[in-house]
Design a protein around this ligand. Structure first.
Ligand code: SF4
Length: 360
């Protein structure tokens, strides 16, 4: 005779129950959407699907970094429930991140589930190493709208030394072209530029944007690296990168600024295809208009990329709490969002969590 199936919820180990945010003021709780204490409305979520990655980029992870046990990561139903609660709280756009999100085993189902819900945008950031045309087409049919590829060099030897992986530049370019064939709008390519590592390729990347009609965005190196080696002298400022490009290709700034955009954009003055973007959190912070919240793969809400506080939503998803409880908790968590990253300030300190465990 089969033993009776227990319906009790799994008892959460105490060490898995994380911090809860202090209560937000009534007006924030009654707003019906997410606000922070600096008057910003939160409408965009970066959802990390895994802390795992098949790359070991030198500015992000160390070869020996360990990953969380799978049972600590959110499962598909928890993501879908979270997405529904976020939708009800006025979140309009979602970006899927990692680690490397294409390592998430139920990515097809999650994209399909989010695609059936009324969001303004669903995008994904990927290193492009695990993509094929069928997948790309099926995700697009199911609601994935935009793709951003991380590529920090156009030189094969350097690709191996930066990513410490077997994926080649040619593999990533092939994936970018598959995204075009699958009908995604002009793919974005994000390149993290570090002095002494790849800063001599800025103009080459601009050539790449022209040749392939891509949206190439240069990201200033941020203090989120696993070996905590970051310092200001490693950062190549946006102004310096623009000057390097202008020497080869005159640029004209785009006048139309998308609210909350992290990137300042230029087109080529000679009308060539392609676009150049600068994501300059260090030299030109854009925190004032930030509308983003991040949720890590194990269900921690990080109101800011550089938060030292992060709040546990997984416990509420697993302990029989109602959707209203989950929503109320997220309202409290969003309210704690700090004004900005504080890089360069005397009291700035690098968060304990690294980029790979937060997601872009
Ligand atoms: S550092 Fe924080 S506040 Fe600033 S833009 Fe990034 S997430 Fe927003």
């Amino acid at each position: 005779m089969q033993p009776a199936m227990s319906t009790a919820l799994p008892v959460l180990r105490p060490d898995l129950v994380g911090p809860q945010a202090p209560p937000a003021p009534d007006h924030a709780r009654q707003a019906g959407h997410l606000l922070d204490s600096h008057g910003r409305r939160i409408q965009d979520v970066r959802l990390s699907l895994t802390d795992r990655c098949n790359f070991r980029c030198v500015y992000c992870m160390e070869p020996g970094d360990r990953f969380l046990p799978k049972m600590e990561l959110l499962d598909l139903n928890e993501y879908i429930r979270l997405v529904d609660v976020l939708r009800a709280l006025g979140i309009r756009t979602i970006r899927l991140t990692g680690g490397e999100p294409t390592l998430y085993p139920q990515l097809d189902q999650l994209i399909d589930a989010i695609g059936r819900r009324d969001f303004d945008d669903l995008a994904m950031t990927t290193n492009g190493s695990l993509l094929d045309l069928d997948q790309l087409e099926s995700w697009r049919r199911n609601g994935l709208r935009r793709l951003t590829f991380s590529l920090d060099t156009l030189r094969e030897k350097r690709m191996a030394s930066i990513t410490r992986s077997r994926t080649s530049v040619a593999d990533v370019i092939h994936a970018i072209n598959l995204a075009k064939v699958a009908g995604y709008p002009r793919p974005k390519v994000n390149a993290v530029i570090i002095r002494g590592i790849n800063d001599d390729e800025v103009a080459d990347f601009a050539q790449f944007a022209r040749d392939e009609d891509l949206d190439v965005r240069f990201i200033e190196f941020m203090p989120l690296d696993s070996n905590r080696a970051w310092n200001r002298s490693h950062v190549v400022d946006a102004d310096e990168m623009i000057a390097a490009i202008q020497q080869r290709f005159p640029l004209q700034p785009e006048t139309e600024i998308t609210p909350h955009s992290t990137s300042m954009n230029w087109t080529f003055a000679d009308g060539a295809p392609g676009r150049i973007g600068m994501i300059a959190p260090v030299s030109r912070p854009f925190c004032g208009a930030c509308n983003r919240l991040r949720i890590t793969a194990e269900g921690r809400v990080r109101p800011c990329l550089f938060s030292h506080d992060e709040w546990d939503i997984r416990t509420l998803l697993r302990n029989n709490s109602s959707d209203a409880d989950v929503a109320a908790a997220i309202v409290d968590m969003a309210w704690t969002k700090q004004a900005g990253h504080g890089i360069g300030k005397a009291d700035f300190s690098q968060p304990a969590r690294t980029m790979s465990a937060i997601g872009g």
